[in-house]
Design a protein around this ligand. Sequence first.
Ligand code: NAD
Length: 269
Amino acid sequence: MAQEGAAQKAPGARRGTALITGAASGIGKATAIRLAKDGWNVHICDVDKASVKSFREDVPNVTAWMCDVSDPDQVKDVISGVMAQHGQLDVLINNAGIAGCTASIEDVPQDDWRQTIDVNINGAFYFLREAVPGMKQRRGGAIINIASTAALFGYPQRTAYAASKWAMIGMTKTLAMELGPFNIRVNAVCPGSVAGPRIDGVIERDAERRGISAAEVRRIYEGQVSMRKFVTVEDIAAMCAFLCSSDAALVSGQVIAVDGHTESLSFPF
Ligand code: NAD
């Protein structure tokens, strides 16, 4: 059985094989570290050469592939490489994503729109297309699509991003129905604003614009989160670890926000 829980594992046995896309940094990297710690054989891929290089140094127990998820041939090569090593893929986490430009709809450049859709949604499709046949054959697997609370609430000036993430939710719901009979679970995780350099930069810029301190802006932003703090990459990784474990054996088709509970996304990104 692919998704063994810790309690059922023989000592030293691996849980199976997991692949995380766009995982040389951020949420994907934290998830790779967590899954490796939980006993999975973990593979990641990423398009950014420098990030892949430092990932290999930081996380030597995880295999890192260079891959642009928007190139179907490169996607095929990664899946073939993982299959050649392990014979099967048990977990696919479609995490690679870009934010696209920040612009009013009439100013969004054609190329920017296309690239955002290409990476965020077409990339997930290419991986699913390659990974699902093996899962179907073995009658088991877990798929996690990393969407965003931006899809749930909307995200002014980031139409392509929000649209692509909403598309991932549609894909999740549909595939949960389609693949459930094959014992393949499909869920979406929607991170809220994740603590780290990106939000710190936004806070700094907004503080300058408003003429108040960064600490005050942070307090205002965190005040919009019911739990009064931003989530961390480890919080997202923990949800992914749960969703691919046997503890989530009957959890499928769900869209789970990990965001400390927010009713809307109103930070000026
Ligand atoms: P990040 O920028 O740290 O990581 C994204 C990774 O994807 C990078 O390493 C990047 O090189 C890689 N990538 C970009 N284009 C790629 C391509 N064409 N092929 C392969 N890899 C590619 O961002 P993150 O915050 O860790 O985001 C991970 C996912 O979570 C994304 O899908 C993002 O949209 C989503 N998300 C993030 C937040 C947040 O606040 N950080 C909130 C909601 C959703």
